[in-house]
Design a protein around this ligand. Structure first.
Ligand code: SAJ
Length: 452
């Protein structure tokens, strides 16, 4: 049973009279704000970007996220959700959730400047009884070594006694954010029992299940999830490279291996992108002293894959008697993964840059993303592929899975090539339509030569 003074904030949670602020209203913060508003709380979403604030206050989502538009509109109209660039509202809130980015610097060390700026802003106005929740992905030890002492020294208050503090990592993937926010079990790592209990009760108003733990365990568990996925994909990519050498199709190998009840190998691809997987493994090991290091090795393999795609492309064009220099190459997809409009750390970027540096004419097409990474930008698929020599599939958007290969072939130059970085095209169908088909992990003897 929490102490008597914790009862006030619990009552506010149960009665939905708690006033909640979100610092950082991006891919994670905005779904968080909208869902808590929908649960009945008054929520203020704070963001430095004026276009985000303006869109939300108009009742529109500034990002493509299934179900978010409706949630924002409903709650803005009901007066429960507002956005602002001002920090003034922090003086009136009963709870604050921080969802700002925690990128890595060039030296691959964590850059906590955005997080600590938010924590300092909170610390300067912190009142007794307020709950502070950090949701940004952070290196192990950040809550106890940085967040807690900063809040305490700036406010003169004591965590767990005067105010409450917890780490609640997000687990939502762009594209499924709303569903996963509600349905994925949520880790709640308070810095003490009162903080854990209060935060749990708050998140239970939206999430179906919360799992209580301590802050440092939650920090490492969050990083372990994304690092596990990155290492698993690196293994799949390693297998793909190996299968190419043996003239074997990695998709078949993985399908067979995964029939074992305890094996779950992920999908190989043109590289691992997005705001999380390429950097979270570095957060995990940022202060650790390790003799051997599987985490960095996996990162190196995944970072190599865009170069491999470029090598397959160069080789494929050579095999048809063409030189990459001067060829029109269409990069399909600049989003980092299927059916999202997010191009952060997308493998398309290094692929486009390398093809451009080899002298190719590169045209990018993505149905959702405006980003073209300095390639020419096509408005639609037809415009992109007309007179092209080669299609390089980087993103597994649904639209690309449904392409009519015969129609594509008609618009392209002679001996057109497909380089399928995602393995979304059936090789037999591509060949029947008149394409030369190449793909990551598609090792067919005498057809794909090993690109070393
Ligand atoms: N990818 C592959 N092969 C696969 C799966 C993914 O190459 O089998 C690539 C994707 O195409 C993409 C990258 O990996 O380029 C990352 O995509 P993702 O779907 O693995 O992950 P994110 O970054 O969209 O979201 C991840 C999720 N973490 C896990 O699944 C363990 C999500 O639940 C987290 O909330 C999110 O990171 C985050 O914000 O931390």
């Amino acid at each position: 049973m929490p102490e008597a003074k914790a009862q006030n904030i619990l009552k506010d949670i149960y009665e939905r009279s708690l006033f909640l602020a979100l610092i950082g209203s991006g891919y994670v913060g905005l779904p968080t704000a909208a869902l808590f508003a929908d649960a009945g709380f008054h929520v203020i979403a704070i963001d430095i970007k004026p276009e985000v604030v303006e869109a939300v206050n108009r009742g529109v989502s500034p990002i493509k996220e299934l179900g978010l538009d409706g949630l924002i509109l409903r709650n803005v109209q009901a007066g429960r959700l507002k956005a602002t660039s001002s920090l003034k509202s922090l003086t009136q809130t009963d709870a604050v959730i921080v969802s700002v980015q925690t990128p890595i610097n060039q030296n691959r060390k964590p850059n906590l400047s955005f997080l600590m700026k938010a924590v300092e802003d909170i610390g300067k106005t912190l009142k007794k009884g307020v709950l502070v929740v950090i949701s940004s992905t952070i290196p192990p030890g950040t809550m106890l070594e940085k967040v807690k002492p900063t809040l305490e020294s700036l406010s003169g208050l004591k965590a767990e006694e005067d105010f409450y503090l917890a780490y609640v990592p997000e687990r939502i993937a762009p594209g499924k954010a709303i569903k996963e926010f509600v349905e994925s079990p949520r880790l709640v790592g308070g810095i003490g029992p009162n903080s854990t209990k209060i935060t749990s009760e708050l998140f239970k108003t939206v999430c179906k299940k919360v799992i209580e733990t301590d802050a440092t365990t939650a920090e490492i568990a969050k990083l372990a999830e994304n690092t596990y996925r990155d290492i698993n994909i690196a293994f799949a990519n390693q297998l793909a490279l190996l299968c190419e050498q043996y003239g074997v199709d990695v998709k078949k190998v993985i399908r067979l291996a995964n029939t074992h009840p305890r094996v779950n190998i992920h999908a190989p691809g043109p590289g691992v992108g997005g705001p999380c997987l390429p950097k979270d493994p570095y957060l995990l090991i940022s202060k650790a002293e390790l003799q051997e290091n599987i985490v960095e090795m996996a990162r190196r393999i995944n970072d190599y894959m865009p170069r491999h795609v470029v090598k397959i492309t160069t080789q494929a064009l050579n095999n048809t008697g063409k030189n990459v220099k001067g060829c029109k190459i269409v990069v399909l997809g600049t989003a980092y993964k299927a059916d999202v409009d997010d191009s952060r750390l997308s493998p398309s970027k290094p692929i486009i840059q390398q093809l451009l540096s080899l002298g190719a004419r590169v045209v990018a097409y993505d149905p959702y993303c405006q980003e073209s990474f300095k390639a020419e930008k096509a408005k639609n698929l037809k415009e992109a592929i007309t007179n092209a020599d080669c299609l390089v599939i980087v993103t597994d958007h649904t639209e690309f899975k449904k392409m009519d290969l015969l129609k594509l072939k008609e618009c392209m130059r002679e001996t057109p090539v497909i380089v399928d970085g995602r393995r979304i095209i059936d090789p037999a169908k591509a060949k029947n339509a008149g394409f030369k088909y190449y793909g990551v992990g598609y090792g067919v003897k005498n057809e794909v030569q090993r690109c070393s």
